[in-house]
Design a protein around this ligand. Sequence first.
Ligand SMILES: Nc1nc2c(ncn2[C@@H]2O[C@H](COP(=O)(O)OP(=O)(O)OP(=O)(O)O)[C@@H](O)[C@H]2O)c(=O)[nH]1
Ligand SMILES: [Mg+2]
Length: 196
Amino acid sequence: MKITSAEFVKSAFDRSHWTSDGRPEIAFLGRSNVGKSSLLNSLLLRKGLARTSNTPGRTQSINFFLVNERFVFADLPGYGYAKVSKTMRSDWGKMAEQYLSERRELVLSIQLVDSRHEPSELDLQLHEWLTHGQKPYIVVATKCDKLSNNQLAKSLSAIGKAMPGASVIAFSAQTGKGRETVWSQIESAVSNFSKI
Ligand SMILES: Nc1nc2c(ncn2[C@@H]2O[C@H](COP(=O)(O)OP(=O)(O)OP(=O)(O)O)[C@@H](O)[C@H]2O)c(=O)[nH]1
Ligand SMILES: [Mg+2]
C-alpha cells in the first residue's frame, strides 16, 4: 500500500465524539502496552503519528487517523492495565462492546496479542466478542523480534489454539516483519467494503 497521506483526526472520549463520514474503518484492539500505536505507526511509516509510550494505560480515548483520504484507522484504548480502577475497567468493556456492535463503518478488527505470552483472560474474552460479532478480524502477534524463530513458531501455534478461527500474523514494529501481510488484509477489507 502506498501511503499518500496520513493524518490524526481526533481523540474521542465518548460516543458522541466518534467521527463518522462513512469511510471504512480498521480498529486496533489489545492489551495496554501490547504495541497498538507502534503497529499503526509502522503501517503508516510515520514514527510519531500515534503516540507510543512505556507507560501502560496511557491511551484512554479512541484516536482516529485518516489514511489516503480513503479509510480510517481507530486506535482503541488498551485494556488489562492492573493499576486502573475497577470503574475504568468496566468502562473499557462498555466502550468496546458498544464500538464493536454499533460501528457500521468497521470493516476489519485487528486484535493484538504479545507474541511472548499466552493470551490473557481478557484477550480471550475480546476474541470471543470478535468471533460473535461476525465481522472480519485478524490477530497480530506483536514484538516478535524478541523471540527466536523456534520460540515464535511455538508461540504462534499456542495463540492459534487459544483463539481458534483467527488468522495469526507475526509482527515486529522494530524489523517490519509482517507489515506487508497486515496491509494485504487491510487492503482486501477496504476494497470489499467499497464494492458494496
Ligand atoms: N521490541 C519491540 N518493542 C515494541 C514493539 N512494538 C511496541 N514496542 C514497545 O512497546 C511499548 C508499548 O508500545 P505502544 O505502541 O505504545 O503500545 P500500545 O498498545 O499503543 O499501548 P497503550 O496505548 O498504552 O495501550 C513501547 O515501548 C514500544 O516501543 C515491537 O514490535 N518490538
Ligand atoms: Mg497506544
